[in-house]
Write a protein that binds this ligand. Structure first.
Ligand code: ATP
Ligand code: MG
Length: 276
């Protein structure tokens, strides 16, 4: 599936999986308030793969936490499949950057992947099948009885991905999931996510610092300004759907798209914003 220009500017509200409408988030404490997100509006269609890039501190994690119902918006709203998000929604899974903290060290790999399914009250036999399938999909069937601390960083992140996949979400949020792994593992994990996305038809919203990664993975890239954050630009990624680490990244169009996003981020760092 490729994003059309209409998708890119969010004109397909009737088929939207996710609608972020004028979202603002101000962190309020006793002695100070921080406006992290000023006004974000964008739409993600069902089955789309959308990447979000923006400078460090732009409010990307804040945005994902609001979408995941872990933080309340100050104003504006997040609408998932037509329903306003007021708490963690069913049908959503999140993979965080810090796999070390997102897995329970006293549980085995299998138990970690199974936990959300128990909470979802999935029957035992079905749980077993979903966990086996998810671990096989990420290439970890062999280590299901290990504990997370016995695995490498890349393997731990694959466990986190398996846990999200086993949950069978409609929408998967990923917050810089590969920032802490080495380049080769990162490339493998990128391809794993692309394969799973194609196979499962899940909607993915993927936050990354890495412009190349956003162009390689996304059908569309949303470029955020620095904090307080607004959307600077939405860039449709008109590369062929079949991506390959060597071929895709060496295409002239890949370089053009990366240069365009890079220039936008540089502007953002200087504090210039799009007219809104
Ligand atoms: N709990 C909090 N209380 C107060 N301010 C916060 C809180 N969490 C984040 N902020 C502030 O909100 C802004 C956005 O933070 P956020 O973590 O969302 O950015 P980010 O884009 O995810 O950054 P990075 O790229 O470094 O992960 C920052 O100025 C940050 O200091
Ligand atoms: Mg962050």
């Amino acid at each position: 599936m490729t994003a059309t220009p209409a998708d890119a500017i969010g004109e397909h509200t009737t088929t939207a999986m996710l609608d972020v409408r004028r979202l603002q988030k101000i962190y309020q404490s006793k002695d100070r308030s921080v406006e992290a997100v000023r006004e974000l509006t964008f739409t993600v269609g069902a089955g789309e793969f959308v990447c979000i890039v923006g400078p460090s501190g732009a409010g990307k994690t804040t945005l994902l936490k609001c979408i995941a119902g872990l933080l309340g918006a100050t104003s504006g709203e997040v609408v998932l499949q037509g329903n306003p998000v007021t708490g963690p929604p069913a049908g959503m899974a999140v993979v965080f950057q810090e796999y070390g903290r997102s897995l329970f060290p006293w549980m085995t790999v299998r138990q970690n992947v199974e936990l959300p399914l128990k909470e979802k009250r999935v029957a035992k036999a079905q749980r077993r099948r979903l966990v086996d399938d998810a671990l096989a999909a990420v290439g970890l069937a062999e280590v299901h009885d290990s504990h997370p601390w016995q695995l490498s960083g890349g393997m731990q992140q694959r466990v986190a991905i398996a846990r999200a996949v086993a949950y069978e979400p409609n929408i998967l949020l990923m917050d810089e999931p590969f920032a802490a792994v080495d380049a080769q593992t990162r490339a493998d994990l990128e391809d794993l996510v692309l394969t799973l996305w194609k196979r499962l038809g899940v909607t993915i919203l993927f936050v990354t610092h890495d412009i190349d990664e956003s162009v390689y993975l996304g059908q569309r890239v949303i470029v955020l300004s620095n904090s307080p954050t607004v959307v600077l630009e939405e860039v449709p990624i008109d590369l062929p759907g079949d991506r390959d680490q060597l071929t895709t990244r060496s295409q002239a169009r890949f370089t053009e798209l990366r240069a365009r996003i890079y220039a936008r981020i540089q502007e953002a760092k200087k504090g210039r914003r799009a007219a809104v």
